[in-house]
Design a protein around this ligand. Structure first.
Ligand code: PMP
Length: 450
């Protein structure tokens, strides 16, 4: 029967939406919004809902589905692992082959083969762990006052107590009582929003970083955390000299660099790790999302050998999660990385991205399009309040993203300023053109307000 094969009957969309409204509390759904989209299946870059409507998933789920939807090979890896060892821990002296193989693989695909891996269940957990590691490593090295964390505007680092505080979206972080504190926020490398030429931007940002370090005192700062490309902030890639110059300043002051590669790793910007593209050697790298392409929740923090040695000594690192190194998650990640490698998806992403960036230029004549940008297989369309302005729409672009979805079936993300896409790395030329056409159709009809 279909139930035995693990295939369920399609739900009745209307009835399911009613049951959903009665019992689910959704992340980020305004209370007054009543629409519900009941997704039932996916293949490649396409998703289908319970009413049979097809979508082109230009968001790769939550920017994570590198290999595309519906990969049987990954499902089989998960099922096979569940049949042999569905769960075991990596606490204390326990380990298992899947966790070891995946750790070896994660180190092997990077440019520094001395690193070590700590597993988590997702991105926010990874950020929390990286923060604790950064503070703890200074503590163990005799600098317990190094507790401040530097973060940046337009950042998103997660939904936890500390990771949320490092994020810059005020509705997500206000109204939750006292803030953890000891966080300093720097300007982001977002030249379009700042109205600057990129060359000038780096000088100003490096100067701002140095002044902040002077003011707070290097001896009180543990780390700077940053996304190589600001994802929720609008798929904003840094000017090429930004990260190397920031890294230089941090090194000079003994401040650790935490790179949040939750979105950018595993081919999103044409490399296994964005660090290898932006030219830095982070002390700690946070991974999740593309690690399993979303087929199973899993995250990781990759540390330098130095940090691993310090944390591994003297009683060890007394932090861990029940699901750290979950065997099914690791098996899924290994199958996912096999596909990325076998199908050459790093190069494919770079090629698809270049084509997408090129085609997006056709939108430049539309009055409210302030500009477009592309980096790897991420892209953004800046929407402005008035032609020629750099000011965003006061309400952001969320409703425009909904319109694009509802009118064209192409899923894009809205944001405070820009519309963004980060499709699966298997995006075809035809699908690229379809994404750009969807933007064109809806954006060219936007009313220009006086
Ligand atoms: N860091 C970045 C850059 C992210 O985009 C996200 C999630 N979108 C997170 C961290 C948090 O990851 P998670 O939602 O898996 O906790």
């Amino acid at each position: 029967t279909s139930a035995e094969a693990g295939v369920r009957a399609r739900p009745d969309a209307r009835a399911l939406a009613d049951r959903d409204r009665a019992r689910l509390l959704h992340p980020f759904l305004p209370g007054e919004q009543h629409s519900r989209i009941v997704m039932v299946e996916g293949e490649g870059c396409r998703l289908r809902d319970a009413e049979g409507r097809e979508y082109l998933d230009a968001t790769a789920g939550m920017w994570l589905c590198q290999v595309g939807h519906g990969r049987r090979e990954i499902a089989e890896a998960a099922a096979g692992q569940m049949r042999t060892l569905e769960y075991s821990t990596v606490f204390w002296d326990y380990t298992h082959d899947r966790a070891v193989e995946l750790a070896e693989r994660l180190v092997g695909i990077g440019s520094d083969d001395t690193r070590r891996v700590f597993f988590t269940s997702g991105g926010s957990e990874g950020v929390e762990i990286a923060l604790r590691m950064a503070r703890n490593v200074h503590h163990r090295r005799g600098e317990p006052d190094r507790t401040w964390i530097l973060t940046r505007d337009s950042a998103y680092h997660g939904a936890g107590y500390a990771s949320g505080e490092l994020s810059d979206f005020p509705p997500y972080t206000t109204g939750f009582g006292p803030h953890p504190g000891q966080v300093h926020r720097l300007s982001a490398p977002y030249p379009f929003a700042a109205g600057e030429a990129p060359e000038k931007a780096t000088d100003l940002l490096v100067h701002e970083l140095e002044s902040a370090i002077d003011r707070i005192g290097a001896h009180r700062i543990a780390a700077l955390i940053g996304e190589p490309v600001l994802a929720l902030g609008g798929m904003v890639a840094p000017p090429p000299d930004y990260w190397p110059r920031v890294e230089q300043v941090l090194r000079r002051h003994g401040i650790l660099l935490i790179l949040d590669e939750v979105v950018t790793a595993f081919g999103r910007v044409g490399h296994w790790y964005a660090a290898d593209r932006i030219g830095v050697r982070p002390d700690l790298t946070v991974l999740s999302k593309g690690l399993t392409s979303g087929y199973f929740p899993l995250g990781a923090v990759v540390t330098s050998e130095d940090i691993a040695r310090t944390l591994g000594g003297d009683g060890g690192f007394p932090v861990g999660h029940t699901y750290s190194g979950h065997p099914v998650g690791c098996a899924v990640a290994l199958a996912n990385l096999d596909i990325i490698e076998r199908e050459g998806l790093l190069d494919a992403a770079e090629r698809a991205g270049a084509r997408l960036g090129e085609e997006l230029r056709s939108l430049h004549d539309i009055p409210l399009v302030g500009g477009t940008r592309q980096y790897g297989l991420t892209a953004a369309v800046e929407i402005v309040r008035a032609p020629g302005s750099r000011d965003p729409l006061p309400e952001g672009t969320y409703a425009i993203a909904d319109q694009i979805r509802d009118r064209t079936g192409v899923l894009v993300r809205g944001g405070p300023r820009a519309l963004t896409v980060a499709p699966p790395l298997v995006l075809s030329d035809r699908e690229t053109t379809e994404i750009v056409a969807a933007f064109g159709e809806v954006l060219s009809g936007l009313p220009v307000r006086s």
